[in-house]
Ligand binder design. Sequence first.
Ligand SMILES: Cc1ncc(COP(=O)(O)O)c(C=O)c1O
Length: 436
Amino acid sequence: MNSSTLSDKGFTATQTPARVDMKIYFEALENLYHPTDNPSGALPMNVAENHLCWEMLRERIQKVTRENDIPEWVASYTDPSGAPSFREATAGFLSKFLFKVPVVPESIAFSSGATSVIEMTAFLLANPGDTAVIPAPSYPVYTGDIGVVPSVKRYDLQTHTEISELKNGVPISLDQLEKAKTDIEGAGSKFKILILTSPDNPTGAIYSEKQLREIADWCIQNEVHLIVNEIYGLSQIDITHPELKGDYSNPIEFVSFGNLMSEYKSPFLHFWYSFSKDLGISGFRIGLVHSHNQEFLDAYRNAGMGHSISNFTQWVMQEVMADHAFLESYFRAYPKELTQSYLIVIRALREMGIDYSPSYGSLFVWMDISRFLTEKTEKGEEEIWLDIYEKTGILITPANGFGHKIRGLFRMVITGMNHETLQVAMNRLKDYFSQK
Ligand SMILES: Cc1ncc(COP(=O)(O)O)c(C=O)c1O
């Protein structure tokens, strides 16, 4: 019992910040680096923002509002899981750029960002107290998304003990899934959902088609809902680049889970996406789920009214999504910019002798700085995280919350600043580690 005027969940929320680095992040934003106005300013690399091709997208978005009157339907209510015309334009986009097979618009439902989609999906597929299994390390905020409202527990599946084991993809096995099932059932819960993120946050690893098929078959057999989050699906690194290809001894081809789903059409398979990362418009709050489970889609439509996206946003983005010539040029330019950012960081890490997980995609580099920790504990991690910020102004993502057991691994977001600024950040990091 608590003495608060709030519900038990409300009271817990007063004690649980959405992110532990929020306060320090806002402090860094007040003192941002600028090459001439604030050259010693802060360089936040902790929040998964992508600003690499914003200028290109901004221009295209502004064209919509400049050249068109707002259509009638925009001012009224529409289908809570997405205006039909927006669903159609997005289905065309997914089909052409990601799935490479046709997508039925009715198999898509939208909510305000992947965050809402994750919460809604967990709430509709699992009962309170059920468990979602997530290979570690993974996105810390999944815990709150599936936990706060749906009361679904997170089980961090340990698939490896050394960062080097990620070199050939995520070393997940069916035995590990069986063991997780036994553990979870032994603890009186139910293994209800498996969440894979591909490319992964924070490692940039992807799952091969063979792995996805094996895991999908296992999930269907065991009546576990498998969701693949491809929020970074079009944030792909050029792994054939001469400076990079040596890192990939057995290159894995990225195959969208949406492609396999069109073959399986199973009620246990689902897909998440959002416009926040590949398109870099996290502020627009557009997330979606795609599924062949009609019951789930019906429930989503009925229960999701509080999570819908503004019609104005849907209208603007439907015009952009329907312009495939523009999207082709965007998705030609963006991976080049992303690979360039990745190269700037990898070159610096190689110079410093810091090991990293070779990335196939995402907005991150996952690095091992464990040898610089005073102690290989969470306390040691927090100390170095703060020390890096205090001495260099670089704010990397705190290590806790990713759910793996290895200490001293950190995530850097490489897409929140332009290449020149990223180089400044890497120079500062090189100075810092050279004095360690
Ligand atoms: C794996 C993953 N899922 C979901 C989200 C949240 O996305 P959105 O901004 O669309 O809510 C993020 C954001 O970092 C993420 O990394």
